[in-house]
Each structure stands twice: as C-alpha cells, then as structure tokens.
Design a protein around this ligand. Sequence first.
Ligand code: GLU
Length: 476
Amino acid sequence: MLRVRFAPSPTGYLHIGAARTALFNWLYARKNAGRFVLRIEDTDVERSSEMMSKEILEGLRWLGLDWDEGPFYQSERLDLYRKKAAGLLDRGLAYRCYCSAEDHRRSASAEPERGAKSRMYDCRCRSLSDAERKKREDENDSFAVRFAVPDEEIRFRDLVHGDITIPRGILEDFVLLRSDGLPTYHLSVVVDDLDMDISHVIRGDDHISNTPKHALLFKAFGERMPKFAHLALIMGPDKKKLSKRHGVTSVLQFRKDGYFSEAVVNFLAQMSWSPGEGKEVYSLEKLTELFSLKKLSKGSPVYDPEKLNWLNGRLITEKSAEELYPAVLSLLYEEGLTMDRPDEESLARIKKIIDLVKVRNRTLDDFIPRMRPFLTDSYPIEEEGIEKYLRVPDLDVFLPRLASDFEKLPDFTAPNVENALRNRAEQEGIKPAVLIHALRVLCLGMTVSPDIFEVLTLLGRERTLRRMAMQRVNRI
Ligand code: GLU
C-alpha cells in the first residue's frame, strides 16, 4: 500500500512551504487510496516546542488535511533509534567517535591543500586499533556514533528531478547519535521511514542534499529505499528563499486575516503544480482527482500574494450571503458595527448588504469598510471624491431638488430611485453620472461602489436624504 508522511519539525510555525509539502503528500495519499502519516520530528529538544506542534496540527486541520496515523513524536521513540544505531555498530557499519568539536576543526584546517575536501571530517576513530578502542571504552570516554560512509558512488532516482548521482569521496562520516545519546535527523528519519513503512517521501528541495546520506542508511539497514520526490523551494517575490522576511509566517495567519482555507489550499496547489489555469477554485476532492506527481515542475515557484487574494475574492463572490454572514458578523461585531445577535430584520438587511458588496471583496476583512456606511453614520469620505465629484457647479441646487423627488416617491425601490434620478438629470440638462458620482461620495464616502440605486435602497430613504443634505450643512 502507498504510504506517505508529513514530518514537520516543531521549531517554527506551519509555514507556506511546509503546508505545501503536507498538501502534496495528502493529495498523493488520497489519490492512490494510500495512508497519510503524521510524524513530529522533535528530537532537537532545545528548538522544538509543544506550542509549535499544536500550531502545526491546528494548521493542518484548518486546511482540511486529515491524517490517518499519528501524530507520532520522535522524542518518544529514542530507544528505537539507539537500538538501530547499536545494530550498525555491531555490524561494523558505524563506529564510536571520541573526537571533540575542537578535534574536528583542527582536522579540517590541517590540510588546506585538500580544497573542498578540507571541510570533511577526517576521522581517526574509524581506524582505531582494537587496543585503542578498548582503552577508550574502558575509560568510559563519551562518544558519538558515526556512520562509516562506504567508498562508493551513490545513485538515486528523484520523481521530480530525475536520476541523481553523487560521486564517491564527497560525503564525510556523518553522525548518527550524538554524545548525549540523541539521534541526528539522518538516523531518526530513515529509521522511522522504514519502521512506518513509508513508500514515498515527498519533501522540500532543502532536503535533497541529505538524501544521499539517507540512501546509504537504507542500504546499511538492508532495506529498499522509498521513492523520493523533492519539491522546488518557494521563492519570495525578490527571488530569495521564502522566509519570515517576506511577511509570511504561519498558515493560520491567513485565517486571522480573513482568508478561506479553500483559497489557501488552492494557492498552495498552484506552487509547482497547476491544477487547471489557476482561474478556478477547486475542492480538495477535485484537486485529489487532478493531482499527479508527474505534473510537478522543477522550477521554483514564486510566492505571489495577489494570487491568493484573487482566489479568495473568487470564493467570496461564489459564496452566498447565507454562507458568508456568520464570519462577517463576527468581524462586524469586533468593529462595534453590529450587536452580537441582530434581530431578524437587521440580519436580513445585513445579508442583503453582504450580497451587494461582496463582488469586489478580496478578503473577509474587506467587508468592514464596505459595509460601514450601511451600518453607521460615521464613515470616512475619500478626499479625491470630494475634489472630483462634489465641487461641481450648481450641485447645491440639483441635490435638494433630487432630494425632494426622492421624498415624493411612493416606494423607495431601486427602479423608482433610478427613474427619479434620470428624470432630474434630464430636467437640469446634466448627465445622470454627475448625480450618481455625487451620491456615491456623499452616501458612502467612496468613488466606486456597487449599483448605486441598490445601495440607496438598502441605505433607506431617511439616511439617503440626511446624507444628501450633508453637502449643504457641512459645505463639503
Ligand atoms: N523534519 C524535516 C523538516 O521539517 C522534514 C524531514 C523530511 O521530510 O524528511 O524539514
């Protein structure tokens, strides 16, 4: 059975890159009726935290990426890693290294003429005589366990990058167990991928340089290695590796900022893969149907927040007010724009406003400024609008006349309001746009808006007239 895993280190938030790795693993598992295993790689005690583990799980849940097994915590599996290291020691495939960090540095600088190789650790302990080894053991000297890298070429096939060959003599004898008995990433990752019977490892390109070491370890354990697929790293808009500098921290930040998880999922899916033209928002089911490792590109995708905004805006437009209002309501409540539980009538009005303004919205937060003028009289007025649309000759004559037309309407419905306005424009010999622009600025404070006649109807006659009068009162 196909088995994949997502193996984050809880040393930071579930960032965009890790979330994309999780998504691709999840899609691959679901597509092939496989299992998606969650493993928390928390052996770096100092840098790992429980809070981050929780954050990562929460992020995965929010994205809808449920796991079939785990979470397994590597910190609870230390005995297994030690046992496996001991097995390699017994078989002479690893050795005890008694050197200190200082020895390491000295050895590296002792032979500068070795060029690149001078950075490699020339470990004497690999060739200690039996007597010397026995002496160190008897003295109870502390030691690390190093893997005895065989002098051979390493080959593996990557499902994204193709065949990869590492010439002999490049890898140094790397550490498996530190002197404090904690495993290195290389040991724990390979032991776990074997123990958890992982068939495919899908992870970021930042690990591709580790894979040759892992290939050697799989062989040393006498097992076949899983298939590997390394995903090209996501770049910031400045073409540098995506990091906190780009203002992208946790995936959960998107939730706080009013994005839908579906938008974020589709955004992640577009990095290194293109499900469709990028002009549609797919459900996880549909993405699963479309997903294929073969379609992943080698080139680095660039993080483009505008794409996310577009996807989110698209979702907002597609969703009904019925679906949107609970989230919008809680934002409005936080802003003090509505009561916790509006009565039925206000709620019906709020839903109508949502339907009206949602078209241009990119995030849920955008609802606040756009809905504000419908809910309170204190709303900002765009300076540009005042200059452009209210400093029009004779507007102070036209508006009171239009106001009295509005007053006389039997019902303040959109078609009635529109008729009244067009008639007034005709009588004054001006374009209807002159009145429309002025009403937008006065009644909403904005220069662009949804259909103004719908807007005015939803504002209601009383508010509309009051705001039209503002022009005279405040001499805006
Ligand atoms: N724990 C590693 C990380 O968070 C991933 C290990 C792997 O996928 O092999 O980068």
